[in-house]
Design a protein around this ligand. Structure first.
Ligand SMILES: C[S@@+](CC[C@H](N)C(=O)[O-])C[C@H]1O[C@@H](n2cnc3c(N)ncnc32)[C@H](O)[C@@H]1O
Length: 488
């Protein structure tokens, strides 16, 4: 049987075998097998040169869908140069089906039933770098801080808390110079603090040549109901970084594939110490760009709401007492406007005393954004205005930890600036831009510091317009659709 034919019945076997797996083990080993269409797309990113032999690595091979797809890709060439396949797979249940898949491919293969990370780290320390092509869908799982994988990966100079980063790094460590690596992994490594060491490790060893993104985050592993935003990456080991091809499709049928090539500085901003990896949109018309000021340049900052409610539970009150400070959650903003106190499940107030005072902020005008949006919500950045006069008789305010708080040296903002800032944060331009570098529904203070903002004069101007119309709340989300052009 050839590889293309073997791929045809792999989808059926994948569904059958997946349904037989022990759910706990499945989640512990991250056993979500790649659907054939995605495997084919990934393999299509590999290039096999006519006259050089290819050594393919498939770490965490499952039942061999990626090896089969890569071999089918290799068959499309003139096959003058031989292909050999090495698979690593730790799961016993997959042994027979994996053997069966590989035996049908017609290329020499070996299956190693050891822990891939351990084997790879040891081989790489012996100087072995045999692979010219790697295709992988690694397990996604946290690595325990004191665990064996953590210690092994440290030998490669990598500190990471997730198995998928460890798998990818181990694959890089075993790759020959200019090897091609195609991987489907979560998007979470591209931003955020935890993955910073991994970004440094990776981007100093590989060039990114292709990034594919699915418009809908539940589409890559739809059969398994995996709600993870995934990206497909193609990397070239040790190569000079050039332009990056960006592609997108709404789902894993790839029927509406869009492609665009961008300079690397649209993917990683020059001088960005965080090395955040952006995914520019494939729609050239709507490439988001923002005005030029950092929050710090404006004399403003943003912090996470200081009141962690479960730590201060004994000081919280459903009904405010006269000596209390208001305690604000996002639920206090319905339709963007403050409704306080509010009957419901959340406390409305926090006692002012020596245990709570340092978590409270002076009363004033603030702009707040929600740290968490649900996956159903259209917008990631949702901002609320808290005008000073809304809580006029209060001296201190508690902001709960699920909010981010924009402030000026820990005090409130000028009224017009705050209104302008709120409208700006609720603009389409900000939301579009935010999505280019954030793959999850969380909006952290670090993310908000990374945005660029209009000047104080511009914010004031925007705020005045809104004050006249008495808006500036989340309700007018789309008003600054063209903020990128009007505020430059
Ligand atoms: C996300 S699945 C992908 C399987 C396959 N590559 C595919 O795309 O269909 C990850 C695979 O890695 C295997 N695995 C997990 N931890 C492993 C380890 N430490 N060493 C080798 N394989 C491992 C799991 O059993 C699982 O089959």
């Amino acid at each position: 049987m050839d590889a293309a034919r073997s791929l045809l019945d792999l989808d059926q076997r994948r569904r059958e075998i997946s349904s037989q797996l022990d759910p706990a083990q499945r989640s512990a080993l991250g056993q979500f097998l790649t659907p054939t269409a995605t495997a084919r797309f990934m393999a299509g990113l590999l290039h096999f040169s006519g006259n050089a032999s290819a050594q393919l690595l498939d770490p965490g091979a499952g039942i061999g869908a990626l090896s089969a797809a890569a071999t089918a890709r290799w068959e499309l060439g003139d096959r003058a140069a031989p292909l050999s396949i090495t698979c690593y797979e730790i799961e016993r249940t997959f042994r027979l089906p994996l053997q069966a898949t590989l035996a049908g491919l017609g290329a020499p293969y070996q299956v190693v039933h050891d822990d891939f990370i351990e084997a790879a780290v040891l081989a790489s320390l012996r100087g072995e770098r045999p692979f010219t092509h790697v295709i992988l869908n690694p397990p996604y799982k946290k690595i325990a801080t004191g665990g064996r994988h953590r210690a092994l990966l440290r030998k490669l100079g990598l500190e990471t808390s997730n198995l998928y980063a460890g798998f990818l790094a181990s694959a890089v460590a075993l790759s020959a110079s200019h090897a091609q690596i195609v991987a489907i992994i979560p998007r979470s490594w591209m931003n955020g603090l935890y993955f910073k060491p991994f970004r440094y490790w990776l981007l100093h060893r590989v060039a990114i040549t292709h990034i594919h993104i699915f418009d809908r985050r539940d589409r890559a592993f739809a059969d398994d109901r995996v709600l993870q935003e995934n990206v497909i990456l193609k990397l070239s080991v040790g190569a000079d970084q050039g332009e990056v091809e960006i592609s997108a499709s709404s789902d894993d049928s790839f029927h509406d594939l869009r492609r665009r090539t961008v300079p690397f500085n649209e993917v990683v901003t020059p001088g960005d110490e965080e090395l955040f990896v952006h995914i520019p949109t494939t729609d050239a018309e709507s490439i988001p760009s923002l005005p030029g000021n950092s929050l710090r340049e404006l004399g403003l900052d943003v912090c996470t709401g200081p009141v962690v409610d479960f730590r201060l539970r004994v000081h919280l009150h459903m009904q405010p007492d006269s000596g209390d400070a208001p305690l604000l959650y996002s639920t206090h903003f319905s339709n963007g406007h403050l409704e306080w106190p509010k009957a419901g499940s959340k406390p409305n107030a926090i006692a002012i005393n020596e245990n709570t005072r340092r978590w409270l902020m002076p009363a004033g005008t603030y702009v707040l954004t929600r740290r968490f949006t649900s996956k159903e919500e259209k917008r990631r950045v949702v901002a609320y205005l808290l005008p000073e006069d809304a809580l006029a008789d209060k001296k201190l305010i508690g902001f709960e930890n699920h909010l981010n708080v924009f402030h000026a040296l820990k005090h409130g903002l000028d009224n017009h600036i705050a209104r302008g800032l709120c409208a700006y944060l609720n603009s389409q331009a900000v939301d579009d831009y935010f999505r280019t570098f954030s793959g999850h529904t969380q909006v952290n203070a670090t993310d908000l510091r990374r945005l660029r903002y209009p000047s104080l004069d511009q914010l004031k101007q925007m705020g005045k317009v809104h004050a006249e119309e008495d808006t500036g709340s989340v309700a007018d989300t789309r008003r600054y659709r063209n903020a990128k052009t009007t505020t430059k």
